[in-house]
Each structure stands twice: as C-alpha cells, then as structure tokens.
Design a protein around this ligand. Structure first.
Ligand SMILES: C[S@@+](CC[C@H](N)C(=O)[O-])C[C@H]1O[C@@H](n2cnc3c(N)ncnc32)[C@H](O)[C@@H]1O
Length: 204
C-alpha cells in the first residue's frame, strides 16, 4: 500500500473516527452488545470505550497493523478482552456459529465485497444472534447524491477504498439478515459523508 496507506491513512482515520461527532452514534450501536462479539473493520478500536460490560470477548478483524497499534491506549483503558482474528471480513478466521453478535461500523463502505463480508457475518454468528451496524452511505437528497457520485473515485483513492454511495440497509437485507430496527439520518459534518444508518439485524 505504501507509506500513505500503511502509515498516514490509519492515523487520519483514527483522528476522524475518534471525533466527538460520532459519540452518540457509537453509544447507540454498541448498546446491547453481549457475549462473544466479532467486530469487522476494528480499525484503531474507536468502539472499545463503548463496549458494555456484558461483552465477554471481542474478535477483531482488521487488516491494518498500524490501526491495531493505534488501538493500544484504548485497549489498555478497557476491561474487555480483545483478540485479533485475522484481517479480512470477507474470509473471517472463526468457526461457524462461534459468535453471539457482530459489530460493523463504517466498514461496509470499504470492504471490497460487502456482500461476501455479510455472508461471513451470517456464517460466524449463531442463528438468533445479531449484527449491530453503523454506516455512512448514499444521501437521500438528489443534489448531495450527485456530489457523492462525483467525489467517489477520489474518495476510493484517498480513503483506502471507501465508497460514498453504498446503501448499507439494502446490503444487510440482501444478505438475508432480518432488520429489527434502524434509524437513518444526517449526522453533523460535511454532507457527502454524513448520511448515517444505525441498526440491528438478526441472523435467521
Ligand atoms: C473507516 S475505517 C472504520 C474503523 C472503525 N470501524 C471505526 O468505526 O472507527 C474502515 C476500516 O476497515 C478496515 N478494512 C478495510 N478492508 C477490510 C477488510 N477486507 N476486512 C476488514 N476490515 C477492513 C480498514 O483497515 C479500516 O480500519
């Protein structure tokens, strides 16, 4: 990936993703997590401060060694056990039905094949378990959506493969997960990056 992708980008993502803008959204998506959790696109552990005490173990799936290193201070302040479980959400290094819950925040935008990643989530989360998701995606307004389409090629290059125009709710439903609740809305911040969807879906 080179110096930018390996060293600079994880630092930029860490700074942006740890911003207070996300606090209420992270608190909402992490509420109710319990038992064994697989977190895809763990990044620098920006969700770690929001894990409830009912979480027994988190299996972190993250390809960036630099991002994992940046997680160290958050992990040091947390009582939750976190174990790295491979680097690709499209091929998770965990057994079938081995987790109670999956957590995905701002990662379905970036994984090359989100349908494959969600199929893997279905495989490793036991039947009756849940996926908690928080994602940005395509805007509701036609003007912002047009701008997103314009910016997308640049975003992909500069932000490690992140797309602005994916539709997380449709992806989750297409994977055969049953959406129990979701909330979509505009977060604070620049419009092309601020259409958020948070929700919980159940593995049938
Ligand atoms: C925008 S960051 C979000 C990080 C974190 N989830 C958060 O909410 O702050 C996207 C993360 O997905 C990771 N990622 C990229 N491709 C991936 C893949 N195939 N499997 C798992 N994670 C991936 C990136 O390395 C990056 O850490």
């Amino acid at each position: 990936m080179g110096l930018y992708g390996d060293r600079v980008l994880p630092l930029v993502i860490d700074r942006v993703c740890a911003s207070g803008i996300f606090t209420r959204w992270r608190a909402r998506v992490c509420a109710g997590l319990a038992g064994s959790v697989v977190e895809i696109g763990f990044g620098s552990g920006t969700n770690v401060p929001f894990y409830p005490p009912e979480v027994e173990v988190v299996y972190a799936v993250e390809p960036s060694a630099r991002a994992l290193a940046l997680a160290a201070p958050r992990l040091a302040r947390s009582a939750t056990r976190v174990v790295v479980a491979g680097g690709d959400a499209q091929s998770i290094a965990l057994a079938d039905d081995s987790c109670d819950v999956a957590l995905a925040t701002f990662v379905l935008c970036t994984v090359p094949d989100p349908a494959r990643a969600l199929a893997e989530v279905r495989r490793v989360v036991r039947p009756g378990g849940t996926l908690h998701f928080l994602e940005h995606g395509a805007a509701e307004g036609a003007g912002v959506l047009a701008l997103q389409h314009l910016l997308d090629p640049l975003e992909v290059r500069l932000a490690g493969g992140c797309h602005l125009t994916r539709r997380p709710l449709e992806l989750v439903r297409a994977a055969g997960l049953e959406v129990e609740w979701h909330e979509s809305g505009r977060a604070r911040g620049p419009a092309p990056w601020s259409q958020f969807t948070v929700g919980v879906a159940r593995v049938p």
